[in-house]
Design a protein. Structure first.
Length: 245
């Protein structure tokens, strides 16, 4: 009896397992059929849209180039913002106040050396036009037209580009000088050069000192008096020439 009961229990277990396997197989069959149907529909859909996919593949390169240009544009934008920030730090009026004193010094030295070009020239004489009506001659013989302040036309154009509205650069001075009738007159710096030549000659005290030193040397060295006597006429001529200067 005991063995029969055990056999019946094992039989029932095996029968339940067989039913379970049958159910699993049926489920798998249903899943397989459905997956097959889905696969077939997806395949049909893919084949139906295959030309469109091929066309999209041709646009992938364009999209990649667009992305690359976008990245480059971001870099350029950052550099532009940096340059804009740096440009905002450069204030033209402040920079002009820094550069103006050396520029004025150059103009002052040019005026001392060449003058401001003498008197006004009539229009169209030597190319004179507008405010540039003075003919300035340099040491190497070149001629150029300047205004009352000694500025050339290119220098005035530079100032106009810096301050187009005339806010921080002073306007040009008004020229009230009469126009010259004889523009062939030589520049004044040459006359100043010759008139200042007298300031370079030695004074009378220096000539007297040289003469006294010569006489003292003669008295201290009596043995060389003969040679000194021979050289005295040439020394006297030299001193007289210096005194005449």
């Amino acid at each position: 009896m005991r063995i029969d009961v055990d056999l019946c229990g094992h039989y029932l277990i095996m029968w339940r397992r067989a039913e379970h396997l049958q159910n699993v197989v049926a489920t798998l069959q249903i899943l397989t059929s459905r997956l097959s149907d889905t696969n077939a529909r997806m395949r049909e859909y893919y084949e139906a849209h295959l030309p469109e996919l091929a066309e999209l593949e041709t646009h992938f390169k364009a999209l990649a180039e667009v992305d690359m240009e976008n990245a480059n544009a971001l870099k350029i934008s950052q550099a532009t913002k940096t340059l804009w920030y740096e440009a905002e730090q450069f204030r033209v009026p402040d920079l002009w106040r820094i550069a103006s004193p050396p520029r004025q010094k150059v103009l002052a030295m040019r005026e001392k050396l060449f003058g401001t070009g003498g008197r006004r020239l009539p229009q169209d004489a030597h190319g004179a036009h507008g405010r540039f009506n003075r003919l300035q001659k340099t040491l190497d013989g070149r001629e150029r037209l300047v205004d009352l302040e000694g500025k050339t036309e290119s220098e005035v154009e530079e100032e106009q580009r810096i301050d187009e509205e005339g806010v921080f650069i002073s306007p040009p001075q008004e020229d009230h000088e009469d126009i010259i009738e004889h523009p062939s007159i030589k520049p004044m710096w040459l006359l100043r050069f010759f008139t200042s030549w007298a300031n370079w000659r030695p004074s009378g005290t220096a000539v007297t000192t040289v003469r006294n030193e010569a006489l003292t040397t003669t008295s201290v060295n009596p043995k060389e008096n003969n040679e000194t006597e021979k050289e005295r006429p040439s020394m006297q001529a030299t001193m007289e020439k210096a005194a005449s200067l």
